[in-house]
Design a protein around this ligand. Structure first.
Ligand SMILES: NC(=O)c1ccc[n+]([C@@H]2O[C@H](COP(=O)([O-])OP(=O)(O)OC[C@H]3O[C@@H](n4cnc5c(N)ncnc54)[C@H](OP(=O)(O)O)[C@@H]3O)[C@@H](O)[C@H]2O)c1
Length: 239
């Protein structure tokens, strides 16, 4: 129960990696508020499964929804995990300004403003973890805005680490490799997923819990000296 007495906000907690993070932080003793976009049934199921966990509908396409999310932590905050993101197929040749605004808002603007809001209410020695992707070093054809928005998030992480370090707040990135979720299956053909274990040192796809373990480490008491880092949790997909 390393996080007993701590309060965490996790974005995109209703499914996939975010849900595993919610479960892990709650298991470690934290009170957790998570956001979701539309899947109220999945959110309700998770709330029913765990104690001290609350779901808040907050669509990252609308940064005003930050108000609802932070209203749920009136007594201050210890941990923020910026996890939610979208990855629509978008080749450079088909890019529109509307696409740019939409993906950048969900994946970069909202998380950046969440860091700002979190910093206002976060207690000293708090933790911020931003979920990026291996695709900022291994660019994915047809996913230009996903890669670009996550690269922006990595820079917000690095600068925030410097600016908030004086309060003992750490800010880190966790970059998953191929992790078995709805998003992975929606963005990769089955043949590609079947081959991924062969090019992964640990010989399998990642599980959401693999990423949650790394987030828990960074959120926990033993990681106070790690900040401004990008932990590539890929099972050795990139070595
Ligand atoms: N899976 C991978 O292989 C992989 C690899 C590298 C990085 N990542 C990163 O890991 C993170 C989680 O990915 P995942 O694979 O778990 O995704 P996922 O299975 O698609 O789950 C996405 C979660 O985010 C929420 N969400 C999506 N758009 C939202 C919005 N506009 N506002 C609020 N919540 C929103 C969803 O809520 P609803 O349930 O309401 O839709 C859901 O809870 C992302 O940052 C992704 O880039 C994943």
């Amino acid at each position: 129960m390393t996080l007993r007495g701590k309060t965490a906000v996790v974005t995109g907690g209703s499914r996939g990696i975010g849900r595993a993070i919610v479960r892990r932080l709650a298991r470690d003793g934290a009170r957790v508020v998570f956001s979701y976009r539309e899947n109220a049934a999945a959110a309700d199921e998770l709330v029913g499964e765990l104690e001290q966990v609350t779901g808040v509908r907050a669509d990252q396409a609308d940064p005003d929804s930050l108000d609802a999310l932070f209203a749920a932590v009136p007594d201050g905050l210890d941990i923020l995990v910026n996890n939610a993101a979208i990855n629509p197929p978008l080749p450079v040749a088909e890019l529109t300004g509307e696409d740019f605004d939409r993906v950048m808002t969900v994946n970069a603007k909202f998380p950046a403003l969440a860091i700002r809001r979190a910093a206002e209410v976060m207690r000293d020695h708090g933790r911020i973890v931003n979920i990026s992707t291996l695709n900022t070093v291994v660019p994915a054809s047809g996913h230009v805005l996903y890669c670009a928005s996550k690269a922006a998030l990595e820079q917000f992480t690095a600068v925030a680490a410097r600016e908030l370090g004086g309060r003992g707040i750490t800010v880190n990135t966790v970059s998953p490799g191929a992790t078995d979720t709805d998003l992975l299956r929606a963005t990769n053909p089955p043949e590609a997923l079947a081959q991924t274990p062969e090019i992964t040192a640990l010989g399998r796809l990642g599980r959401p819990e693999d990423i949650a373990d790394v987030v828990a480490l960074l959120a926990g008491p033993d990681a106070g000296w790690i900040t401004g880092q990008n932990i590539r949790a890929t099972g050795g997909l990139l070595v």
